[in-house]
Design a protein around this ligand. Structure first.
Ligand code: PAF
Length: 275
């Protein structure tokens, strides 16, 4: 992969990179489209990264369909697919991990303590393999983006991080490879995530500035759905990912939810600008 990327660079081609764990949906394809607009060559990786899953999580059963993914990527004009084996990324006696501090200790980090260490490590390895000029990530994983931005800045990776908006189903459900786990009833129940984000936007639009009030109303709405179990609902400053008590004029914030619907853990968020 590195040899190919070096050759492309020697030909003065810019490389756009879309890292994924496969089982692709329109959210991933929107990243591919952005990359194709921005870079000469688009490279997608598919790698279900074992180090970002806890032993209790769904690494083994994470949905995989390489044949369908390959078709989708070639019909969308992707130039190269990088699909390494676990044993190629984590060779025997592998010992090195990347740990971003602080922002990994809250929200997702509280519920999935080793998750971001796995993400930062694999993304570093992938950056070193692909040598991308531009790297594309979805806003759905807003905290992941904050961690990768921080890591890219701290470790001086020579790539621009480009964040693309969440792609939703027509009824509002944020696209996710894990939506496949939802039963028909849970698929309906899962709409409560996007509905509660809409409620938060409405409250802010009406002038509510106390995050405690917004979070409490969102929580009540989500709790009405019997199959739901909230991990967190919170509001952070979009620039530094710190949790805030009060929204201020001109501020930009992420409203974030992680919630189980039945056995499936879903996340969603919206970005709001207070004006
Ligand atoms: O967002 C994902 O799909 C993964 O966390 C990533 C960035 C590909 C790293 O494994």
């Amino acid at each position: 992969m590195q040899r190919l990327s070096r050759k492309l660079k020697a030909e003065n081609k810019t490389i756009g990179f879309v890292p994924t764990m496969g089982f692709l949906h329109d959210g991933h394809i929107s990243l591919v489209k952005k990359s194709k607009l921005k870079a000469d060559i688009t490279i997608v990786s598919i790698f279900v990264n074992p180090t970002q899953f806890a032993p209790t999580e769904d690494f083994e059963k994470y949905p995989r369909d390489a044949k369908r993914d390959k078709k989708l990527l070639s019909s969308n004009g992707v130039d190269y697919l990088f699909m390494p084996d676990v044993s190629e990324i984590y060779k025997l006696n592998y010992q090195t991990f990347v740990q971003v501090e602080k922002i990994t200790g809250i929200l997702e980090g509280e519920f999935r303590p080793l998750h971001f260490k796995g993400v930062a490590t694999v993304v570093s390895i992938l950056f070193n393999c692909v040598l991308p000029d531009y790297s594309f990530f979805g806003q759905k994983d807003a905290q992941q983006v904050a961690v990768i931005r921080q890591m890219t800045r701290d470790l001086k990776f020579d790539t621009d991080i480009i964040v693309c908006p969440i792609i939703r189903e027509s009824d509002g459900l944020a696209m996710s490879s894990r939506n496949i786990y939802l039963s028909d009833q849970e698929r309906i129940d899962a709409l409560v995530l996007s509905k509660s984000l809409k409620l938060a936007e409405k409250l802010i639009g009406e002038g509510e500035r106390h995050t405690r009030v917004i979070i409490s109303k969102m929580t009540s709405e989500i709790n009405l759905v019997a199959s739901s179990k909230i991990d967190y609902v919170n509001i952070v400053d979009a620039d530094n990912f710190s949790i805030v008590d009060k929204l201020i004029f001109g501020g930009k914030y992420y409203i974030l939810i992680a919630c189980r619907i039945g056995k499936t853990r879903l996340i969603d968020n919206v970005i709001v600008k207070v004006s």
